[in-house]
Ligand binder design. Structure first.
Ligand code: ATP
Ligand code: MN
Ligand code: MN
Length: 360
């Protein structure tokens, strides 16, 4: 008996928040090529070009099966002429000359190194590059002026360059749960960020703190930071508190929660003879009023591209403004409430995408 299998053509929705994007996919070489060019464009301050490559990479991440060949690219949204060229080259030759050239370049390698330092963005990295600096050693020997944050970033660079693993993330959750149980009984601690999306490792751990009785969470950040300090676990911290004035001002790109970016001393399981029984890890703490928790959870779970697409979809397709605090319907002139992430997707008229499928 002869059977013919007809492969359905690849159907991809235009917005990443309409798509299910798992962590693992069969196009890692293609995605890496495009994401390298995206990164290189951002290093040159070319946001739009960077976004175009990021969009194309994100489309490849969500494909339900491997591409059969270049001909299948034409039906996909968001693949511009340049991305198409790069993908064709990788599909046909295994590598793309432009990508390899970028990766080898002193500019790309140095910008990658500098922007990896905690507290260093593209503009600072670019300034240092133009001053002729090329390495961490150069920063030290030239007596480059560093902010307190950057000093910590350089000091703990080697530790922070090692990704945080799942076991380490769990031990940080336990640590913070322990502390909050003493400081504010019934407070909740929720893991967000890449770990919530199922990533096996990440550059930091993102935790949202809240309390079922709205208002009880006020002051928690200060006492938690003080507690971590007393335990001698805080290597660096930078807190910002939402003031009443800020909280009442209208939608901003950055959210206004009490939050703290830290570098913690993570105590490692003792191996008897080990001399140094700790390592530095990055932990982000965000304190959220209970009524905003679903919005904060959605906003802090990522990926960054998934978030960007959710907000773009809300604005352009629904005339709504979404951020980590709430969802505003511009046509009705009202805020839409939600008690779960599912309800936010419902308000937006989107199929629910679970965290593990938000790796756009
Ligand atoms: P990794 O695993 O490498 O940490 P990640 O996806 O967890 O990756 P983060 O930089 O930790 O990346 O950010 C997690 C999420 O939190 C992102 O989706 C981002 O949109 C959100 N986020 C991060 N910083 C802020 C901020 N200052 N204000 C608002 N949202 C933020
Ligand atoms: Mn993270
Ligand atoms: Mn983070």
């Amino acid at each position: 008996q002869v059977t013919t299998t007809v492969e359905p053509s690849l159907q991809v929705a235009p917005y990443a928040c309409q798509r299910r994007t798992p962590l693992d996919h069969p196009h890692s070489a293609l995605v890496m090529a495009l994401e390298t060019l995206a990164e290189a464009a951002l290093f040159e301050g070319e946001e739009a070009r960077g976004l175009a490559f990021t969009r194309a990479a994100s489309v490849l991440r969500c494909l339900p099966r491997a591409l059969r060949g270049t001909h299948e690219l034409s039906g996909l949204p968001g693949i511009g002429a340049h991305s198409h060229r790069v993908l064709q080259e990788v599909l046909e030759d295994g590598v793309c000359v432009e990508v390899e050239t970028v990766k080898q370049s002193e500019r790309y390698q140095t910008m990658k190194l500098f922007t990896q330092i905690f507290g260093v963005g593209v503009r600072t990295a670019d300034r240092w590059y133009r001053e002729g600096l090329r390495s961490l050693g150069d920063l030290r020997s030239h007596g480059t002026r560093l902010t307190r944050e950057q000093q910590a970033g350089v000091q703990y660079f080697e530790d922070l360059a090692v990704p945080v693993g799942q076991a380490e993330a769990e031990s940080l959750v336990c640590l913070v749960l322990d502390a909050t149980a003493h400081l504010l009984p019934n407070a909740s601690v929720t893991l967000a960020g890449g770990f919530r999306r199922g990533k096996p490792c990440g550059h930091d751990v993102d935790l949202l703190l809240s309390h079922p009785e709205e208002g009880r969470e006020v002051g928690l950040l200060g006492s938690l930071v003080a507690w971590l300090g007393e335990q001698d676990l805080l290597l660096y911290q930078h807190s910002s508190y939402s003031t009443a004035a800020e909280a009442s001002s209208s939608c901003r790109a950055l959210d206004r929660f009490d939050r703290c970016f830290t570098i913690l001393r993570l105590v490692l399981p003792t191996a008897g003879t080990r001399v140094r029984a700790w390592r530095a890890v990055r932990l982000d703490l965000v304190v959220v009023p209970h009524s905003q928790l679903p919005f904060a959870l959605l906003g802090w779970t990522g990926s960054r591209h998934f978030e960007r697409e959710l907000r773009r979809f809300a604005r352009h397709e629904r005339e709504m403004v979404l951020n980590s605090h709430g969802l505003y319907d511009m046509r009705q002139g009202t805020f839409l409430l939600a008690s779960s992430e599912e309800e936010i997707f419902q308000h937006l008229g989107l199929d629910y995408i679970p965290p593990t499928l938000r790796n756009a």
